[in-house]
Design a protein around this ligand. Structure first.
Ligand code: DGL
Length: 273
């Protein structure tokens, strides 16, 4: 039993869609959340660069006492999960992957839509998933430039964001999809608008609940679950503006605490204040 926190990171606030599920399912657990808002978006960046960020963020979260690391970013998971497990063999990681398996099992039309960043589709993780689970179905992939920025700026339901959503989702609907996989942790915050556009005939799959369950399973197996009576404490960090992260986290997931700044210096993160 331990009171050590779970470390969670993303390029920005998308990982909060995973963080809220972890906190909902494991209310006794303390957490650390790191948003790399100095480098967002990760999606268009080369995989090697995202790997370097992910390693440095992992070192930072371990220094702050994390007992397990959740890579709450599909892009960073796709680019760096294998590399992280190699660089930190003693650390337990839980990553995100587009939910190809459940979508392929459930589809009746045989057409599955996946929305994610360009880097996620380029990564080895996605290639393996598609090969392993989607041999008998058609995967229709769609990148969505602008959606991550829409979430980061709080434009969850503006006419501009709706125009973007129509542009990205209509070609998928034209392919007769009946499953839509949210392959980027920012997108669940756009779910109400997405649901309206795709309609009730399309099932939307957000892997966050499954990821939180996996976190619980690993902690139980490692015997590092917090005792049920523990008082959970949460700490948020950003490489961007902490006041902004505090406000974003309050609006999106009701986070009541403050945020701290960790600055990039020579490829490593240093805590300020
Ligand atoms: N939230 C991240 C993901 O799940 C991506 C955002 C970005 O491009 O930085 O892929």
């Amino acid at each position: 039993m331990t009171l050590a926190p779970i470390g969670v990171f993303d390029s920005g606030i998308g990982g909060l869609s995973v963080w809220r599920e972890i906190v909902r399912q494991l209310p006794a657990e303390s957490t650390l959340y790191f948003a790399d808002q100095a480098h967002i978006p990760y999606g268009p960046r080369p995989l090697a660069e995202v790997q370097d960020f992910a390693r440095a963020i992992t070192r930072f979260l371990l220094e702050q006492g994390a007992k397990l690391i959740v890579v709450a970013c599909n892009t960073a998971s796709g680019a760096a999960l294998y590399a992280l497990r190699e660089s930190f063999p003693e650390v337990a990681f839980v990553g995100m992957e587009p939910a190809v398996k459940p979508a392929a099992e459930q589809t009746r039309t045989g057409n599955v839509g996946i929305i994610a960043t360009p880097a996620t589709f380029q990564g080895e993780l996605f290639r393996r998933l598609a090969q392993r689970f989607a041999a008998d179905v058609q995967l229709h992939t769609q990148t969505c430039p602008g959606l991550v920025a829409a979430v980061e700026t709080g434009a969850l339901d503006t006419p501009e964001t709706r125009t973007l959503l129509h542009r990205y989702l209509e070609p998928l609907l034209a392919q007769d999809i009946d499953e839509l996989v949210l392959g980027c942790t920012h997108y669940p915050f756009l779910r109400p608008a997405i649901e309206e556009i795709v309609g009730p005939a399309v099932t939307i799959i957000d892997p966050a609940p499954a990821v939180a369950r996996q976190v619980g399973r690993i902690l139980a197996r490692q015997r590092t679950l917090a005792p049920p009576t523990a008082r959970a404490a949460h700490r948020f960090y950003t490489s961007g503006d902490p006041a902004r992260l505090t406000q974003q986290a309050r609006e999106l997931v009701g986070y009541q605490g403050e945020s701290f700044q960790a600055r990039w210096q020579g490829g490593e993160l240093t805590l300020i204040n």
